[in-house]
Design a protein around this ligand. Structure first.
Ligand code: CA
Length: 224
């Protein structure tokens, strides 16, 4: 995808650019609203990542001007302030999503991906176990229509478990599939992530789908 990052803070702009490029996106960075407005009017970006605090024209007025000119490019707003009223103001101005600073890069990447796919006419390939559905394009999980946001690592873990439905997945196998580098085998990271995943996909639902096989690993099973 082609992504425009509008952020005057050089450090933030640089690491957002690097992270998005690492995901395979083409990334342009602009430091102010006026040049960004010209760019979005002339270039078909898939997603705009827009900081609220900008010199001159701020992020909210930029979104408003874009929408006034019928530029429909999806906008993800970034803000240092996580206040609810600002979030509402951002969405009212025509932004599609909102991420308060400081944010996890995984989350930024997932949201950019979801926004970019929003208008994708291709039907999303989905994995299903019981009433748990995983959309492998938007990387969102849901049960009974309730959507669970997943971090990149949680997504990889869930995708692996769902593709292995009914088979016991040992910790080492999980590590190999989900943590490809910098992994300390002595850590309990797998268990920590399983716990987080379980809280998202199982704790508020019945029947439980993710089971522990003591001393061996984990298995995601169709309800019997
Ligand atoms: Ca800024």
């Amino acid at each position: 995808m082609r992504v425009l990052v509008v952020e005057d803070e050089k450090k933030t702009a640089a690491f957002v650019r690097k992270a998005l490029q690492a995901e395979g996106h083409a990334v342009d960075v602009l430091p102010d609203g006026a040049s960004a407005l010209t760019a979005v009017a002339n270039t078909p970006f898939d997603v705009v990542v827009l900081d609220v605090m900008l010199p001159g024209c701020d992020g909210l007025s930029l979104v408003r001007q874009m929408r006034d000119r019928r530029i429909a490019t999806p906008v993800l707003l970034l803000s240092a302030r996580g206040a609810v009223d600002e979030r509402v103001a951002g969405l009212n101005a025509g932004a599609d999503d909102y991420l308060p600073k400081p944010f996890a890069l995984d989350e930024l990447i997932a949201r950019v991906r979801a926004l970019g796919r929003r208008n994708d006419p291709v039907k999303s390939p989905t994995l299903r176990v019981g009433d748990l559905v995983l959309d492998t394009i938007s990387r969102q999980a849901s049960r009974l229509g309730q959507i669970m946001e997943l971090t990149r690592r949680e997504y990889l873990l869930l995708e692996y478990l769902m593709r292995s439905t009914g088979r016991i997945c040992g910790r080492m196998a999980i590590v190999e599939k989900v943590w490809d580098y910098d992994f300390d085998p002595g850590s309990n990271l797998v268990d920590v992530y399983i716990k987080r995943l379980r809280e998202k996909i199982d704790s508020n639902f019945e029947p439980k789908l993710l089971h522990t096989v003591r001393g061996v690993g984990y298995v995601l099973k169709e309800p019997s």
